[in-house]
Write a protein that binds this ligand. Structure first.
Ligand code: 4AD
Ligand code: MG
Length: 467
């Protein structure tokens, strides 16, 4: 049910003369002689509704508790506003207070709190200007993503959160168990004597929170042609950086009858489309980011939407970095993974726009990527963005049974665990490709926010799972 009177975003574009009920939280209150001004916000848009309370129009004991943070319903008449930047304001007739907020202890009193402080009050930071804007953009971005894929006939597939396979083969997974940690059952005898007896666990074998829905999405691509997942993923890597979360959301399209070129085409069209859609949906919020967080945001986003991405093979990227004359914290040489500093150099110094790096060495990429004929590289592509570094990781998948089996063995993964993944290559295999986009990385890009903990409602990072 929408509250009678409508959202504040609708009230703000209503004609003067109407009587309305406005619901929301008091952002600020200013008292001057004979009149009180209230900024009321209900989260529906960046702008507040200005409420004017003439002295004597509201009982004193009610007015006393209409302070910052209080939740109220204000009945009033819309009048033309003399103030700049707003068409109407509300002249109060009656006020109902749903919930008071004691001004001595309400933590969001003052403006200019640090992001760190606001993170510690994640149950209230949602009412601040910054986080109102962040989470409206997040909502618009999620909608834009579904729109992009649905318009192109991609089917949305729900891949499991609990899994027994490690998609990225990196081993940084959270275990899921119902075993009693104080009294773990152990194997009594044989070669594995003393090891944990997972046959007694809930799933009868070790289980984890998924790091990626890709392998399951591939099953669906090899039946529905074009599919995508959009769900939470988990990584137990101990990375305390402004770009890593232990729980983040990933979008993973997977396309049958598609090679690396098609994959890159989709990634570029996708980024341009969703950025454009968010620019249309949230102009007020993006203007705020441009004004208060990073004054290059709007220009950067326009640029991304209107210009082609750069394509550069890994070998060429390494040559550029080696010849850059820069001193690196992590050394650059053929075979080394690109670090954030290298990714940022390529996007910010060399090309000044998003760059797609392709054909990485096979040793540093996951087992499922299609081997190139040179025997050294795989059909991988990472989309790198200025400021953020890697935003998308994708590849053409190895569709040849024998080659995949070799790669699973070479990566010392268990053949038995991947039996169904291998069987897909035995029965009706097809060339296919896909990618994974970190939802919060794209949020960083869109908003200019500096820390990934500030673009997800309730961040999970090493040592933190509050709220
Ligand atoms: O490059 P990654 O590891 O790729 C995969 O998981 C593939 N299975 C995707 C696929 O081909 N379907 O992760 C994909 C993206 C990264 O490019 C990055 O944007 C994001 O996920 N990401 C993280 N975001 C926040 N916190 C972390 N710890 C992240 N790790 C990866
Ligand atoms: Mg990656």
């Amino acid at each position: 049910m929408i509250a009678k009177g409508g959202y504040i975003k609708d009230i703000l574009v209503s004609s003067p003369g109407r009587t309305v009920d406005a619901h929301g939280w008091v952002k600020t209150r200013r008292d001057s002689k004979g009149v009180h001004f209230i900024q009321l916000n209900d989260g529906s848009c960046f702008a507040d509704l200005q409420v004017v309370i003439e002295a004597g129009s509201i009982p004193e004991d009610t007015l006393k508790v209409v302070t910052t943070g209080a939740c109220v319903r204000i009945t009033g008449v819309l009048t033309e506003s003399p103030a700049a930047g707003q068409a109407v304001e509300l002249k109060a007739i009656a006020i109902h207070v749903f919930g008071v907020a004691d001004s001595a202890s309400y933590p969001l009193q003052k403006k200019g709190h640090t992001m760190e402080f606001l993170r510690d009050i994640a149950h209230l930071r949602t009412r601040s200007n910054t986080f109102g804007a962040v989470f409206r953009v997040r909502n618009a971005l999620a909608f834009a993503i579904h729109t992009f894929f649905q318009d192109r006939g991609f089917q949305y597939v729900h891949t499991p959160i609990i899994t027994a396979s490690d998609c990225e083969g990196a081993g940084a997974m959270f275990g899921v168990t119902t075993l009693d940690m104080q009294n773990v059952p152990r194997i009594a005898e044989g070669p594995n004597a003393g090891k944990v007896d997972y046959t007694q666990d809930f799933f009868g074998k070790p289980a984890f929170l998924t790091v990626s829905g890709q392998l399951n999405a591939e099953i669906f691509a090899l039946a529905f042609s074009n599919v995508y997942t959009f769900g939470p993923t988990f990584r137990a890597e101990n990375s305390n950086t402004p770009r890593h979360l232990a729980e983040f959301w990933m979008i993973e399209p997977e396309m049958a009858f598609c090679d690396l070129a098609g994959d890159m085409e989709l990634a570029e069209a996708f980024l341009k489309s969703v950025i454009g859609q968010v620019m249309d949906a949230c102009p007020g919020d993006l203007e705020f980011f441009n004004k208060r967080i990073d004054n290059t945001i709007l220009e950067t986003l326009e640029n991304v939407v209107n210009n082609d991405f750069e394509h550069v093979p890994y070998t060429e990227a390494v040559r550029i970095l080696e010849n850059s004359g820069q001193s690196w914290e992590f050394p650059v040489f053929w075979g080394a993974d690109l670090q954030s500093e290298h990714e940022r150099y390529l996007t910010e110094q060399t090309f000044k726009k998003p760059v797609i790096v392709t054909d990485y060495p096979r040793e540093i990429k996951a087992f499922y990527m299609r081997a190139n004929d040179d025997g050294k590289t795989v059909r991988a592509m990472d989309v790198l963005a200025p400021r953020i570094g890697e935003i998308i990781g994708g590849s053409q998948r190895e569709e040849r049974y024998d080659v995949l089996l070799d790669k699973i063995r070479e990566s010392e993964l268990s053949e038995e665990a991947y039996w169904w993944y291998l069987e897909l290559r035995k029965f009706g295999s097809a060339p296919h490709a896909g990618f994974g986009l970190g939802f919060e990385r794209l949020m960083l890009y869109l908003t200019g926010m500096k820390n990934i903990r500030d673009v997800i409602p309730f961040p999970r990072t090493p040592g933190t799972a509050e709220f």
